[in-house]
Design a protein around this ligand. Structure first.
Ligand code: NAI
Length: 343
C-alpha cells in the first residue's frame, strides 16, 4: 500500500458498511480502508483483519483517534446525526449513508454545524444519482427526447424486511431514496405529497405496499410504489411519460434465458448487486474530491439534499396521519455533478 493512498474509516460494518469496505478495497483507486468501528467488535474485526485495518468498538474513538482523510458512516440511521456532527467537529470529510438523519431537526443541526465549519464536509449516500441507468435517464429527459416530462412512475420493491419493520420504516428508510432521486431526475422540487395505503397483505401487519404521490413545482406528477415484502426479488423501476413518448430505466441483467416456452432474466436478491456500479462510482467520486479539492471534499448530494429529503419524509408521515395532501416548503437543492465515471 502506498502512503499516497487516502486513509478511510468506516463506521458500522453491517451489510452496507462491509459492502463499502469491499468496494473501496477492490474497486476504488487512491484510497484504502485504514480503520473500521462497530459496536459489535467481533463484526468490526472480521471485516478489518483480512485487509490489515484497525478495528474498534467505538465510533467516536475512530473519529478522534485515527489519522483519517475521510469517514463513511454506515451505522444505524439513529446514529447518523451524532456521528456526522463528530466528524464535522474533527474537520473530517464524511460520506453518511442515507438518510442523513431521520428527523428534520437533526438534519438542520448538521447543516448549521457544517456552515459554521466554513467548508462543505458532508456527502449523503444517495447513490442512485451515480447509477449509470439513472444518469442516462436524467440526461435524456433533460435533452428533451420525449418532450416535456409530464408524469413518472417509480417502483421500489424489496424481497422482505426483518421483524420490527413497519410502515414508518418503509417511508424513512426506503421511500427516502425516491424522495431524493425523483425531483433530481425531473429537475423540479416536490411541492406537495400524498400517502396512500394499498390493500394490506396478510403476510405482514403494516401498510405494505404503499403508494406516495409527489407533485413537482413544474406541475409533473410522480407515483411511487414501495413494497417492502415483494417476495419475488429486488427491483427498482422508473418510467417517465413525456409529451412525445416515454423513457424507462433498464434493470441491468447479465443474460436473458429463452427456454421451455418462456423468457427469463434473474433479479437481484437485494440492492447490492443492482447498485454495485452506483456505489463504486459514488465512492470513487468522493475519494477524488477529498484528494483533488480538499476545500470542497464533496462530490454529490450534500447535507442540504439530506435536509430536503428529511422535510419530504416528514411531510409524507404527516400525510399518512391526516389522509390528505401535505404541502412541502420548497428550497433549492445542491446542484450535483453529472455522474460519469471518473476513472
Ligand atoms: P446493519 O444493521 O446491517 O448494520 C449496521 C451496523 O452498525 C451494525 O453492525 C451495528 O452494530 C452498527 N452500529 C449501530 N450503532 C453503532 C454505533 N453507534 N457505532 C458503531 N456501530 C454501530 O444495517 P445496514 O443495512 O448495513 O444499514 C446501515 C446504514 O446504511 C443505514 O443507515 C441504512 O439506512 C443505510 N443503507 C443504505 C443503502 C443504500 O442503498 N444507500 C442500502 C442499505 C442500507
Amino acid at each position: 500500500m502506498s502512503d499516497q493512498q487516502l486513509r478511510i474509516g468506516v463506521i458500522g460494518t453491517g451489510v452496507m458498511g462491509a459492502d463499502h469496505v469491499k468496494t473501496i478495497t477492490e474497486s476504488v483507486s487512491g484510497a484504502r480502508i485504514a480503520a473500521v468501528a462497530d459496536l459489535d467488535l467481533d463484526r468490526a474485526r472480521a471485516v478489518a483483519e483480512p485487509i490489515g485495518a484497525v478495528a474498534s468498538g467505538d465510533a467516536l474513538d475512530l473519529i478522534a483517534g485515527e489519522t483519517l482523510d475521510g469517514v463513511i458512516i454506515a451505522s444505524a440511521d439513529r446514529t447518523h446525526a451524532e456521528l456526522t456532527l463528530a466528524a464535522i467537529a474533527a474537520g473530517l470529510p464524511v460520506l453518511c449513508e442515507k438518510p442523513l438523519a431521520p428527523t428534520v431537526a437533526e438534519c438542520e443541526a448538521i447543516v448549521a454545524a457544517e456552515q459554521a465549519a466554513g467548508r462543505p464536509l458532508v456527502q449523503v449516500g444517495f447513490m442512485r444519482r451515480f447509477d449509470p441507468s439513472y444518469t442516462d435517464l436524467r440526461r435524456r429527459i433533460a435533452a428533451g427526447e420525449i418532450g416535456a416530462a409530464l408524469l413518472a412512475h417509480a417502483v421500489h420493491r424489496n424481497v422482505s424486511m426483518p421483524a420490527g419493520w413497519d410502515a414508518t420504516a418503509t417511508i424513512v428508510n426506503s421511500l427516502v431514496h425516491e424522495l431524493d432521486v425523483m425531483p433530481w431526475l425531473l429537475d423540479s422540487p416536490v411541492v406537495e405529497v400524498l400517502w396512500l395505503a394499498a390493500r394490506e397483505s396478510t403476510r405482514v401487519h403494516y401498510a405494505d405496499p404503499q403508494v406516495t404521490l409527489l407533485r413537482l413545482r413544474n406541475g409533473a406528477l410522480v407515483t411511487v410504489e414501495v413494497t417492502a415484502n415483494a417476495v419475488y426479488g429486488y427491483e427498482v423501476r422508473c418510467e417517465t411519460v413525456g409529451e412525445l413518448g416515454t423513457l424507462e430505466l433498464t434493470t441491468p441483467v447479465t443474460a436473458v434465458q429463452r427456454r421451455g416456452g418462456g423468457v427469463r432474466h434473474d433479479l437481484a436478491a437485494d440492492w447490492r448487486p443492482r447498485f454495485a456500479e452506483a456505489y463504486r462510482i459514488e465512492l470513487q467520486h468522493w475519494a477524488n474530491a477529498i484528494r483533488d479539492t480538499p476545500e470542497h471534499p464533496v462530490a454529490g448530494p450534500g447535507s442540504s439534499d439530506g435536509l430536503v429529503a428529511a422535510r419530504l419524509t416528514e411531510a409524507v408521515l404527516r400525510s399518512r396521519e391526516t389522509g390528505g395532501w401535505q404541502a412541502v416548503p420548497t428550497t433549492a437543492t445542491t446542484a450535483s455533478p453529472e455522474s460519469g465515471d471518473p476513472e
